[in-house]
Design a protein around this ligand. Structure first.
Ligand code: FAD
Ligand code: ZN
Length: 466
């Protein structure tokens, strides 16, 4: 039997796509990577995933798992050899169980993040993971990349929101590690091995997720500031006043918001342009009025201390949503401006202001006229520190000529400040070579040993991460 015959036997002929327009599976979200699949296979159950992996193992065929294909590091599409099988999990989209008393829910890996949030909300509970791609990314993809997003400050990364996993191994065995336990110290943590492994160690088919009680009110505010140092001081003030009630603290640079103004003029910007604008989110267990009063008092103190120049507290859910919409529109506005060099970096919060000042200066000196699109999850020390070609310079040409040098400058600086070259997007193909150069040989050696143990023939998402 040919590979295609075996795949058809595994999932049914209708779910093995070999011709027609497969670009939705073969081109990544940023349109930076294009591949060609031998076939796109769309299993409907864990048993079918296992059958696909056994078939691929028998034929020596490599597999690239894919969820919503919103990943930003070129790891969710096949290479251009035309030999790899693209395994799409999106037909596996069932909520299996909600255990409200245990604050846990078990879902298929192909569930779209927003549908998971909605299923929890329908039971009066909160699944806090939240990111701009939530309408199309899947929980399997979130786990495979250990996605961060806008609520990490309070609730943690996807890793902190996962209790158990179901995984199909490279040889096609099913590991049922679905559990709602908060405590389980029975040996190595296999769950945490697969989280963040970007499809290179196994196929995640199901997950038990951690839920939280819904807060009584969630409200947001914007504040404008002259310096990033002031933003860090505002963060400390907000943390001391609001404690765990501070659920989001996002920063947006002047140029980042100007791109939204240019490309999405219909979006209202409540505050006049400033060097830095911060979005604060507060979750409150008493109610809207209580939350607003806390915000007003906090922002008044910040004004008195000269930390902020201006502020606006949302007075309705619509206004809160509009504030978030502004922040979440930056990636799209920036894409509309043209290709750019992305850096998803983590730094100690205490080092961020100095990092940005010195690295901005070095970039401007080395690449005159470059435009710095700076925004991110300041509360987590995570910046999206992106570099756009100078005005009037063709972005493709700029990237071709300077991407490597820009990356070296930025990542060397990240290293000096004890940061990370990938905070939340992962390594994929984009940062594989940087990782090989910058991670310690001991760490890389252990990573390779794990890969060798779980995928000895290198069939799972080859060429990504390692
Ligand atoms: P895909 O893109 O399909 O895949 C991502 C990786 O996971 C690939 O390596 C793939 O092989 C692997 N994979 C997918 N499913 C499985 C599975 N079931 N088993 C094993 N491996 C699998 N990310 C953040 O962390 N924070 C953000 O704030 C954020 N904002 C974003 C905003 C926009 C507008 C966009 C487009 C992306 C953003 N991202 C963000 C990146 C992206 O959305 C996340 O990485 C997301 O978790 C990817 O999910 P996905 O289902 O689309 O995965
Ligand atoms: Zn982000």
């Amino acid at each position: 039997m040919t590979l295609i015959d075996d795949l058809r036997a595994a999932v049914g002929a209708a779910h093995v796509l070999v011709d027609g327009d497969l670009s939705g599976y073969e081109v990544d979200w940023r349109k930076r990577y294009r591949g060609r699949a031998r076939a796109v296979v769309r299993p409907g159950s864990t048993a079918e995933v296992a059958a696909v992996l056994r078939a691929c193992a028998a034929h020596g065929t490599a597999i690239v798992p894919q969820g919503g294909n919103t990943g930003l590091v070129g790891a969710s599409i096949p290479d251009d050899s035309g030999t790899q099988v693209l395994l799409s999990l999106t037909r596996m989209n069932r909520v299996r169980e909600i255990d409200a008393a245990n604050l846990a829910m078990t879902v298929d890996a192909g569930c779209v993040l927003q549908s998971v949030q909605e299923a929890a909300a329908a039971r009066g509970l909160l699944f806090p993971l939240s990111l701009a791609a939530e309408g199309s990314c899947t929980i399997g993809g979130n786990l495979a990349t250990n996605a961060g997003g806008t609520q990490v400050l309070r609730y943690g990364n996807t890793r902190e929101l996962c209790l158990g996993l179901e995984v199909v191994t490279a040889s096609g065995e099913i590991w049922n590690g679905l559990t709602g336990l908060r405590k389980d110290n029975t040996g190595y943590d296999l769950r945490d091995l697969f989280i963040g492994s970007e499809g290179t160690l196994g196929i995640i088919t199901g997950a038990t997720l951690k839920l939280h009680p819904q807060p009584a009110a969630v409200t947001t505010a914007l504040a404008s500031l002259a310096t990033l140092e002031a933003a860090v001081q505002l963060l400390q003030l907000a943390q001391s006043r609001l404690g765990a009630g501070l659920t989001g603290f996002e920063v947006m640079g002047r140029y980042a918001l100007s791109l939204v103004r240019t490309h999405m003029p219909q979006l209202a910007q409540p505050l006049p342009p400033a060097d830095w604008t911060v979005l604060l989110e507060q979750s409150d267990n008493e109610g809207e009025a209580h939350a607003q009063a806390l915000f007003e008092a906090l922002l008044e103190t910040a004004l008195d201390r000269g930390l902020i120049a201006d502020a606006a507290v949302a007075s309705s859910l619509e206004q809160s949503n509009a504030m978030w919409h502004l922040r979440e529109s930056i990636p799209m506005a920036q894409a509309q401006e043209g290709a750019n060099i992305k850096h998803d970096i983590a730094l100690p919060v205490s080092a961020i202001a100095e990092f940005v000042a010195t690295t901005d200066a070095a970039l401007s000196a080395g690449f005159p006229g470059v435009r710095l699109v700076n925004f991110g999850h300041l509360g987590d020390g995570n910046l999206h520190y992106n570099v756009q070609a100078p005005e009037g310079v063709d972005a493709t040409v700029f990237l071709r000529d300077h991407e490597h040098a820009v990356n070296t400058l930025v990542y060397d600086a990240v290293g000096r400040f004890a940061g990370s070259i990938s905070a939340e997007h992962g390594v994929g193909a984009l940062k594989r070579d940087e990782l090989a150069q910058r991670k310690s040989p001991v760490a890389l050696g252990m990573m390779r040993a794990i890969k060798q143990a779980l995928d000895p023939n290198g069939m799972l998402n080859p060429g990504r991460v390692l």
